[in-house]
Ligand binder design. Structure first.
Ligand code: ATP
Length: 324
């Protein structure tokens, strides 16, 4: 049984398109990143999957249950964790009371451990919580009942880098236990830390489905080399060299075979050399472009030919096209 399945899922808010004709399958045990810029339709998809919005057309199933079948979905939700992008709270209760309320709805296997892990000030009233603490207590409620599937909408927003790392550690542990994770984000570099596969949504449509490993393979290495001799750009015009810049250093992204690169470097006296993993955004943009459509502007596609733009992320992720 698949964890999440949608076929032609469509949601309009009156005349406004939320999502259109979205077909997607997430297998059990998979960690799936759902990516797209602001307004792309990520939250609409998630809220439709959880039965908070009824689809205008198409079908959706979570843990095998039809998302329009209220009773079946309610049963399934005991086995689902949900981390909304903007959790709403009863401001007058303490964190502990909030957690106890959720325990009464869906059970509690590990809230104490999670409260400790994220250092949540549970004895204080939620109205006194910072944004990060609100997010942390929302994480506790999403995972406390050991769900089989956790659906997260921009889960790391508001978390400082240290807590983000702790959260990613939790996701890795859950993944290793076989939990299915579905997480939305607008930052590719963030989801790559934990995801197996990413789907990219733009203007309400799924425009690409990508294996993170394949994307990583394609993204290649970022090479920075300083040589004693003077270099003309043509000297490094090897297959697999992208975005070549020559100043004091020769800089490029490299997706070719290492032997060919090393052979070329043997022609020079190498003074300094730096090789690191290239940001996924670069690889992504190389294939999908950022021209508000690129190839296949109808946005329909299976990942091979769609256009997609990821807007600048929180971490200042690059947005520019890195055309070959
Ligand atoms: N309640 C609503 N009424 C009308 N239009 C809506 C409503 N909620 C969302 N939309 C529209 O649906 C489209 C998709 O929005 P959605 O919130 O799903 O995108 P998103 O990818 O989650 O964006 P973000 O990253 O900004 O959260 C947008 O055009 C948005 O304006």
């Amino acid at each position: 049984m698949t964890a999440i399945e949608t076929r032609g899922l469509t949601k309009y808010y009156g005349d406004v398109r939320g999502i259109e004709d979205l077909s997607l399958t997430v297998e059990r045990g998979e960690v799936f990143g759902f990516l797209g810029p602001n307004g792309a339709g990520k939250t609409t998809t998630i809220r439709t999957l959880l039965g908070f919005l009824s689809p205008t057309a198409g079908e959706g199933r979570v843990l095998g249950r039809d998302v329009t079948d209220e009773r079946a979905l309610l049963e399934a939700k005991r086995r689902i964790g949900y981390l909304p992008s903007d959790p709403g709270f009863d401001e007058g209760v303490t964190g502990r009371e909030f957690v106890a309320y959720h325990a009464s709805l869906k059970g509690d296997e590990r809230s104490e451990e999670l409260i400790e892990l994220f250092d949540v000030p549970v004895d204080r009233k939620i109205r006194e919580y910072s944004r990060g603490n609100r997010q942390k207590v929302a994480i506790v409620q999403a995972f406390m009942h050991e769900p089989e599937l956790v659906i997260m909408d921009e889960p790391t927003s508001g978390l400082d880098p240290l807590v983000q790392e702790r959260f990613n550690g939790l996701l890795r542990e859950e993944r290793d236990r076989g939990v299915t994770l579905f997480t939305s984000s607008h930052v590719l570099s963030e989801v790559r830390k934990v995801c197996d596969r990413v789907g990219i949504v733009r203007d309400g449509r799924l425009v690409a489905l990508e294996d993170v490993e394949a994307l990583l393979d394609r993204s290649g290495k970022r090479v920075r080399v300083q040589v004693a001799e003077s270099v003309a750009p043509d000297d490094f015009a090897l297959p697999g060299v992208h975005d070549l810049r020559v100043d004091d250093w020769v800089r490029f992204t490299y997706t070719g075979p290492y032997d060919a690169l090393l052979e070329r470097l043997l022609d020079y006296t190498v003074v300094d050399l730096d090789i690191e993993e290239a940001p996924l955004e670069d690889a992504f943009m190389r294939f999908y472009g950022d021209e508000g459509g690129g190839k296949g502007d109808d946005g329909k596609g299976d990942g091979g030919d769609g256009g997609a733009a990821i807007e600048e992320g929180d971490d200042g992720a690059t947005t520019g096209s890195t055309d070959v």
